[in-house]
Design a binder for this molecule. Structure first.
Ligand SMILES: C[S@@+](CC[C@H](N)C(=O)[O-])C[C@H]1O[C@@H](n2cnc3c(N)ncnc32)[C@H](O)[C@@H]1O
Length: 200
C-alpha cells in the first residue's frame, strides 16, 4: 500500500523503501538502525510495522520521537555489542548508517545485526558507494582501502559490490546488491542497496 507523504515536509531521505514493500508487511517488528531524523521510522510506522529506532545521537532520537509519537527509541553505539537479545526483530532497516566503521568493526557489526534478526528475518540496508564524490568519496586521509577520515574524527567507508558482499557474507546469505542513484540534500547520491537473510 502506498504511504501518504503529504504530511512529511521534513523528509530528507528519498522514498527508497518503496522498492522493498514486499518485505515490509504490517505487524512485523523492525529496527530502524541509525534512524537519524526518523524518515524511515515514520514510513515504517505508517506501513503498520512495530518500530524500534536506534541511534547514537540523543538529539536525533528525540527528534524522531517528536515526528513519530510513541516511537520506541534506544540509544547505543553500533561499535558495541547491540543491546538486544538474539532473534529480536523480523527486519533491520539501515539507511546510510553501516558505513562509518573500520573493516574489523564492520565485520563485527554485520555479525551483531545477524544475531538480533530472527532466522526468517531480513536486513535491508543501503550504504555509500565508491565514487559518491558529492558525499566525500576520496576526501581526506585514506585509513583503510575505501575508508577515509573525511574530517577531524569523522570517518566514512565507501563500498563496491564486492566489498559489501565481503562484509555481509560471513553473517548473511545475500539475496541482492543493487546500485541506486537518488537525491539527498539536493545532490545526487550513489548507494548500494543490499537485501540479506541471516546465515544459519
Ligand atoms: C547519514 S545518517 C542516516 C540517517 C537516516 N537513516 C537516513 O537515512 O536519513 C547516519 C546516522 O547513523 C548514526 N550513527 C553513526 N554512527 C553511529 C554509531 N557508531 N552508532 C549508532 N549510530 C550511529 C548517526 O547518528 C546518524 O543518525
Amino acid at each position: 500500500m502506498p504511504v501518504d507523504r503529504s504530511r512529511d515536509s521534513e523528509r530528507i531521505s528519498d522514498p527508497w523503501l518503496d522498492e522493498h514493500a514486499d518485505l515490509l508487511q504490517a505487524g512485523l517488528t523492525v529496527l530502524d538502525f541509525g534512524c537519524g531524523n526518523g524518515d524511515d521510522s515514520l514510513e515504517l510506522v505508517e506501513r503498520g510495522l512495530q518500530v524500534v529506532a536506534f541511534d547514537q545521537s540523543l538529539a536525533s532520537l528525540r527528534h524522531a520521537r517528536q515526528r513519530v509519537p510513541g516511537l520506541r527509541i534506544v540509544r547505543g553505539d553500533m561499535r558495541d555489542p547491540l543491546p538486544f537479545p538474539n532473534a529480536s526483530f523480523d527486519r533491520v532497516v539501515a539507511s546510510l548508517s553501516m558505513h562509518y566503521f573500520t573493516w574489523e568493526q564492520s565485520i563485527r557489526l554485520a555479525a551483531e545485526v545477524s544475531r538480533i534478526l530472527k532466522p526468517s528475518g531480513w536486513l535491508i540496508c543501503r550504504v555509500n558507494r565508491v565514487g559518491d564524490v558529492n558525499f566525500s568519496y576520496a576526501a581526506g586521509r585514506e585509513i583503510e582501502p575505501e575508508y577515509f577520515e573525511v574530517g577531524p574524527g569523522h570517518f566514512k567507508r565507501f563500498f563496491t559490490e564486492e566489498s559489501l558482499r565481503q562484509m555481509l557474507e560471513p553473517a548473511f546469505v545475500i539475496d541482492s546488491i543493487v546500485p541506486r542513484v537518488s537525491t539527498r540534500w539536493k545532490k545526487e547520491k550513489q548507494t548500494l542497496v543490499a537485501r540479506a537473510t541471516p546465515r544459519a
